[in-house]
Design a protein around this ligand. Structure first.
Ligand SMILES: NC(=O)c1ccc[n+]([C@@H]2O[C@H](COP(=O)([O-])OP(=O)(O)OC[C@H]3O[C@@H](n4cnc5c(N)ncnc54)[C@H](O)[C@@H]3O)[C@@H](O)[C@H]2O)c1
Length: 375
């Protein structure tokens, strides 16, 4: 059995989620390679040591460069703020190590391309944490569309709305740092773009609108000193897919009351499917041809007949959670590292997603349609 010794950089929300996923994937799946919690890096030695102890890593360091150089690290896992993704990933690739990086891959499409090119040139396996693509209900949506069950896709309506920045007193964080890229269009918009591409296909062009609603935020919780916010709080775009369908995508981190509205409707000539991650174990499907007076959407509950679910639970309707789909992502990564099916999305696909993000912003600024090929 191959061992993959993990070097984790960052131990916040996603660092904990990845750790959970490494542990869970090892327990519930028969993995072709086993992740081992080897080394954890964070901002300084004390923070890293405390996190390593809490999360079960063998060793720690306050210097991510030391983690990359460490001969006992086989996989570099980046769960640090966006501005660090590029320098860490390029250093890992230069060291010939596979990289598992959180989304969005980079600050912009040019940087994402540089990272994808470097990985391809070095022949290094890469993986990007667009975990919702591993939700069995999103996989089912893709299978239904591909099977032709809802006919030819004519419309995609997608949104990722949450409210974690809705309070104007919520402090400035790294998510607002323009050095790390755009605002919510990159933070949440990249997720719904990844789903649109995965289920419907490549996007050809967009016309976007972005808005910064809260232009000053406290520098820390409760602080009277404020810092100017330059990135978007809300973003919308009309989209045209290469396959001919049209649609819309939306992202907001100020959508008061919305906690996890990562939702989409896909309408075809013979039906519609709908998924909303506030109820992430359900897929709604409507097909034409139902008897008059009995027409309506059917709700399919996730169960062991769907991708990866049975490994967690033999009974349908018992529900997977956010961290479980991260474990499915880890299964796919371990499979790729053991020489099995390639991991998707890799850096190349994440660059394609980033191009759409950049196109929305470029279009909003120029007030015109932008072809993705222009980015
Ligand atoms: N896939 C998803 O569903 C999802 C969800 C949330 C966040 N993310 C992504 O994950 C990444 C991290 O987000 P988060 O919410 O976990 O952030 P966070 O602020 O909770 O954690 C970031 C961690 O990185 C550490 N860090 C900062 N600078 C560092 C440095 N120089 N060296 C080492 N460690 C450093 C911080 O101390 C902290 O432990 C981001 O890219 C974000 O977009 C993805």
């Amino acid at each position: 059995m191959k061992m993959v010794r993990v070097g984790l950089i960052g131990s916040g929300f996603m660092g904990r989620s990845h750790t959970f996923a490494f542990n869970t994937a090892s327990s519930v799946f028969e993995l072709p390679a086993t992740p081992v919690l080897e080394l954890l890096a964070d901002v300084d030695d004390d923070t890293a040591a405390a996190a390593a102890k809490a999360l079960g890593f063998s060793r720690s360091t306050g210097d991510w460069r030391a983690l990359i150089d460490d001969p006992a690290v086989d996989l570099v896992d980046i769960t640090a703020p966006n501005v660090l993704h590029k320098p860490i990933a390029l250093a890992a690739i230069a060291a010939g190590k596979p990289v598992y990086c959180e989304k969005p891959l980079a600050a912009n499409a040019a940087e994402a391309k540089e990272m994808a090119d470097a990985a391809d040139a070095a022949g290094v396996i890469t993986a990007v944490g667009f975990n919702y693509l591993k939700n069995p209900m999103v996989t089912l949506a893709r299978e239904i569309v591909a099977s032709g069950e809802i006919g030819e896709v004519v419309s995609f309506r997608g949104i990722h709305a949450e409210d974690y920045m809705a309070d104007p007193q919520s402090p400035y964080t790294w998510r607002m740092d323009p050095e790390g890229g755009h605002g919510v269009v990159a933070d949440l918009g990249s997720h719904i773009i990844s789903i649109a591409r995965y289920v419907v296909g490549p996007i050809a062009s967009v016309v976007g609108q972005i808005a910064t609603v809260t232009t000053e935020r406290p520098v820390a919780p409760g602080a009277s000193e404020t810092r100017r916010v330059e990135v978007d709080d809300q973003a919308r775009a009309l989209v045209r897919f290469e396959g001919g369908a049209t649609g819309s995508i939306e992202a907001s981190w100020i959508a008061t009351g919305r906690k996890m509205t990562l939702a989409f409707d896909i309408t075809g000539t013979k039906g519609t499917i709908a998924v909303d991650h506030e109820r992430m174990n359900e897929l709604q499907i409507y097909t034409t041809g139902q008897p008059a007076g009995r027409e309506g959407f059917k709700t399919i509950l996730a169960g062991p007949d769907h991708d990866s679910y049975a490994a967690f639970c033999p009974a349908p309707g018992h529900q997977l959670g956010f961290n479980d789909i991260k474990a499915i992502e880890v299964k796919a990564l371990m499979t790729a590292l053991a020489g099995g099916a390639p991991f998707r999305p890799d850096f190349r696909e994440a660059w394609e997603i980033q191009r759409v993000v950049d196109a929305v912003v470029a279009s909003a600024r120029a007030e015109r349609w932008v072809n993705i090929a222009e980015t």
